[in-house]
Design a protein around this ligand. Structure first.
Ligand SMILES: [Zn+2]
Length: 76
């Protein structure tokens, strides 16, 4: 299982209808709470749904494909 943390910024398979595709993780656990950074709308996804939809994660201003992401510690 990948190590997502509160405060991480991710891109999903599909962006929000407002046009933005940057989401901040507000809560992790069995369900994941995300905030759209375009319009501040908050949504809940189940972890399974989240892991199906997430594509990239922003680490120090670089987008990393989730396939290559091993957790924040591994990027240091
Ligand atoms: Zn939005």
């Amino acid at each position: 299982m990948l190590n997502y943390e509160m405060g991480d910024t991710v891109a999903l398979k599909k962006g929000h209808p407002c046009g933005e595709n940057k989401w901040e993780i507000l809560r992790t656990g069995a369900d994941i709470k995300l905030k759209c950074l375009g319009c501040d709308r908050q949504i809940w996804l189940t972890r399974i749904e989240f892991e199906k939809r997430v594509r990239k994660i922003l680490v120090e201003d670089k987008w990393i494909s989730i396939v290559n992401y091993k957790g924040r510690e591994a990027e240091k």
